[in-house]
Design a protein around this ligand. Structure first.
Ligand code: RUB
Length: 299
């Protein structure tokens, strides 16, 4: 495999590239790099190499339907092209990258507009982890002239919440960083919770960074709206047929470094599942929709 594509895969694995959207964008890039580095005119060899690469990228983060959806789209385009030469296919893939990224951006702008409208003047909001979508919603609301503040949990074990806190505060938004276990205390006085999404299932359930589900329970308890900002590409179509979205389990060394005492087991799930009944609505490119409508809109 091409070294640059390999580097992207390793960046995705070790979270240098994190968050569903950034991962999907990086995956498209890796596919183009791999395609461009292919030497020869053998269409079958080209196709197998693209398949192997897509597989390697998809398995770098197993809980990412958006990533898989983009990869599937690229692969099916290559597979359905019976006549082009390898060079022509390479060219088509470069054009496809532009189309996909433009489409992604267009949907994102619509989604962020819908989300920013939910941020009220004088409000206080809670978020978790680092979602480029939620960060953009807050930035847009701030740029629209709204005054509000944000509370964010640090998000153990990889501290993506710290990244969120730094980005929001340097944009000018008053932001408070708390330890994850203080969530209940600080959420009481918030007006709404905004989180991102890695996967959405056919029942409208949400899979997002570990800890999201507990936050949704607190929000429910305090009668605070709980929103997930998610492009419809995050929907896992296969869940309609009963397939379960796999929850990625990451290396124990992220939780405890150094020598592990005997008999100690460490678990490190990257995500958890929030039932749809705790979700007020999803913020999508098609509007603010209840969890039950996601499957219908994702056609
Ligand atoms: C990131 C995370 C984010 C979603 C959405 O987890 O859970 O909330 O991916 O992000 P990790 P975005 O850090 O393990 O990738 O809105 O950027 O798609």
């Amino acid at each position: 495999m091409n070294n640059k594509a390999k580097k992207i895969i390793s960046d995705i694995k070790n979270l240098k590239v994190q968050g569903a959207r950034n991962i999907a964008k990086a995956a498209v890039e890796a596919m183009v790099l791999e395609s461009d580095s292919f030497r020869g005119n053998d269409r079958n060899a080209y196709f197998s190499r693209m398949l192997v690469t897509a597989d390697a990228i998809a398995s770098a983060r197993p809980t990412e339907p958006m990533l898989r959806n983009y990869l599937k789209f690229i692969i099916s385009r290559i597979a359905s092209d019976e006549y082009s030469s390898v060079d022509e296919m390479k060219e088509q893939l470069r054009t496809l990258r532009k189309t996909l990224l433009a489409e992604m951006k267009e949907k994102f702008i619509m989604l962020v507009d819908y989300g920013a409208a939910l941020v009220g003047n004088g409000g206080r909001y809670f978020t978790h982890c680092h979602s480029s979508t939620v960060v953009s919603i807050f930035k847009q609301a701030y740029d629209d002239g709204k005054e509000f503040s944000v509370v964010v949990g640090e998000t153990r074990p990889k501290f993506q919440g710290v990244k969120t806190a730094k980005e929001l505060s340097s944009h000018g938004i008053p932001t408070t960083l708390i330890v994850d276990s203080a969530a209940q205390v600080y959420m009481k006085n918030c007006n709404a919770v905004f989180v991102g999404a890695d996967a959405i299932t056919a029942s409208g359930n949400l899979i997002n960074k570990i800890g999201t589900s507990a936050i949704a329970h607190f929000a429910y308890e305090y009668d605070i709206p709980f929103y997930s900002a998610a492009e419809l590409h995050k929907f896992n179509m296969l869940t309609r047929w009963g397939v379960q979205e796999v929850i990625e389990e990451r290396d124990p060394s992220e939780v405890l470094s150094g020598k592990k005492p005997r008999n100690l087991s460490i678990r490190n799930p990257a995500f958890d599942l929030t039932l749809s009944r705790y979700i007020t609505a999803y913020i999508t490119e098609k509007g603010i929709v209840p969890p039950q409508s996601i499957m219908l809109l994702s056609r």
